[in-house]
Design a binder for this molecule. Structure first.
Ligand SMILES: Cc1cc2nc3c(=O)[nH]c(=O)nc-3n(C[C@H](O)[C@H](O)[C@H](O)COP(=O)(O)OP(=O)(O)OC[C@H]3O[C@@H](n4cnc5c(N)ncnc54)[C@H](O)[C@@H]3O)c2cc1C
Ligand SMILES: Cc1cc2nc3c(=O)[nH]c(=O)nc-3n(C[C@H](O)[C@H](O)[C@H](O)COP(=O)(O)O)c2cc1C
Length: 468
């Protein structure tokens, strides 16, 4: 190559490096600004004696959508010059309600018309009471839901009913959002604008999907009786890998269709250098593959572009449990969220130079169908066990002949160990199917630990679920 060509190649490489650094710097600046703004909204409620209106935005969220909308709402009010605080609904009590005069609630519904886990404490400590007087309070309610469920916006409606029954005055009629319907969200913004002036913010829209490349895909369960389970690896199509934490989700937009996005639990941490997912090919009633999972897991997809956004999922993050023993319970594709937590714990300990013995223990309880073919990430967990990172691993199989055995049976058999784990300060993370596992695990934990203990664990953030 001539000298001129070398010079050109070096110049292009330099420009590209500068471009990447600029993109990374821009992302970091926006992240820091967002963190600073969010922190300013969490400073505690305004003084009741302070003059002028006192606003609070409260969110009841399971998978993060209501929480993200609440943050945007609070930021918009803050930008309009109002004294506003942002809180999870579960952190509000009668005393806090007495100290504000405007309450905006953004509440989703989970289970079958149930409150999200993060609102359980509010239901128990406030909504169970009929002696709280809220006649000083003006309220606005945004209820998130999905009309495919029998009890559409069940919790939002119950919360609205309770607030009004306690004397609170609605600023406007409750707004119900079916599957993130943009028209309903626009009505919310319009109502806010009417009351506080302009609520325009650049980030007000739900985070846009960015293009990612599918760089690897592997069938995890060849020969299984169950539907195919795939391990997918993705890289951003441009720019650096964004930040996320174990527990977070991605939303994937169906290709070429105006349809709602599907959520998937992230199975890796940024230190892995890529975003990993574990996707089960869903089967529709007519036998055809699920729209998004079928598309993602079809053969020959390598190099395809996947429109994806990362969703912080505070309800399933490690938060205050970073130094606690973890009992990780899951089935099927639920290994994704549990694997991310194991990788985060082990990766961070290794970076800090801590030995396995100096790290709080991990216990994995995982259910699938057949031992011969349903052992996702078994090599990895065997390695962690041998090195002492993973203290205990119980895999249970339901279709290996004899009695069908599921994770809840294993937990019942290990009752004393589960109790000891919790008494020793442990936290419990549950990830996977709601109908096939989540419900039964809830029931068995209540039987083993008692209902009051499970409620306390949930309120303390020591019992966390990502079940779907
Ligand atoms: C918080 C969260 C985390 C998740 N994490 C994961 C994960 O890590 N891995 C994973 O594999 N999945 C995960 N899911 C599930 C995932 O979001 C999708 O729901 C799943 O992949 C199916 O989507 P699909 O587009 O492939 O199927 P769809 O085409 O939407 O079909 C899904 C199901 O809907 C039913 N259905 C569809 N159409 C009809 C119809 N016309 N009539 C009757 N019934 C119908 C069928 O039962 C079918 O199985 C998660 C879900 C949530 C909410
Ligand atoms: C497991 C599960 C159960 C749900 N149950 C209901 C329900 O009973 N009624 C309803 O209207 N929406 C239901 N939804 C839909 C959610 O309320 C809706 O997706 C909402 O936007 C989620 O907001 P969040 O991310 O803040 O939790 C359910 C969603 C999931 C994943």
């Amino acid at each position: 190559m001539s000298n001129t060509r070398y010079a050109w190649a070096a110049a292009v490489a330099l420009l590209y490096t500068l471009f990447c650094l600029l993109v990374a710097w821009h992302h970091a600046r926006r992240r820091h600004a967002a963190q600073r703004d969010a922190a300013a909204l969490l400073d505690g409620l305004p003084d009741a004696a302070a003059p002028g209106p006192r606003w609070c935005v409260a969110h009841a969220s399971q998978t993060g959508q209501a929480e993200a909308l609440a943050l945007q709402t609070a930021q918009a009010l803050h930008a309009a010059g109002l004294p506003v605080r942002l809180l999870p609904l579960g952190a509000l009590r009668a005393e806090e309600l007495a100290r504000i005069d405007h309450l905006l609630c953004i509440a989703s519904t989970y289970g079958e018309g149930d409150p999200p886990d993060s609102a359980a404490a509010f239901v128990r400590h406030c909504m169970a009471r009929d002696d709280i007087d809220l006649s000083h309070l003006q309220v606005g309610l945004l209820a998130l839901g999905d009309s495919d469920y029998a009890r559409f916006c069940g919790f939002g409606r119950a919360l609205d009913g309770w607030l009004v029954a306690r004397g609170a005055r609605p600023m406007f009629e409750r707004i119900e959002v079916d599957n993130a319907d943009p028209a309903a969200l626009q009505r919310w913004r319009d109502e806010l604008a009417l009351r506080v002036g302009s609520v325009d913010l650049p980030d007000w829209q739900t985070p846009a999907c960015a293009p990612w490349l599918l760089v690897d895909s592997r069938l995890l369960n060849p020969g299984s009786l169950g539907q195919p389970l795939h391990h997918l690896v993705l890289q951003p199509a441009g720019g650096p890998l964004p930040a996320w934490e174990a527990g977070d989700l991605v939303s994937i937009q169906p290709p070429h269709l105006p349809d709602q996005a599907r959520d998937y639990s992230i199975a890796s941490v940024p230190a892995d250098g890529a975003l990993h997912l574990v996707v089960r090919t869903a089967q529709r009633p007519d036998g055809s593959p699920g729209r998004v999972s079928g598309w993602l897991t079809a053969t020959g997809r390598h190099g395809d572009t996947v429109p994806l956004s990362i969703r912080p999922h505070s309800g399933f993050r490690i938060a205050g449990n970073a130094h606690r023993p973890l009992l990780l319970i899951g089935n099927g594709s639920g290994i994704a969220g549990l694997r991310a937590h194991m990788r985060q714990r082990i990766g961070q300990a290794a970076v800090q130079g801590r030995a396995p013995g100096d790290t709080p223990p991990l216990w994995l309880v995982y259910g699938e169908r057949q031992a011969a073919c349903d052992r996702p990430f078994a090599d990895e967990t065997a390695c962690w066990r041998a090195e002492g990172w993973l203290q205990r691993e119980d895999r249970v199989y339901s279709r290996d002949g004899g009695r069908h055995r599921y994770v809840q049976h294993l937990l019942a058999d290990a009752a004393d160990d589960v109790r000891a784990w919790v008494e020793g300060g442990g936290a419990i993370y549950i990830c996977g199917s709601r109908d096939g596992m989540g419900r039964e695990v809830d029931a068995v934990l209540k039987a083993l630990l008692g209902e009051a203990c499970c409620q306390a664990l949930q309120e303390d953030g020591r019992l966390r679920r990502d079940v779907y």
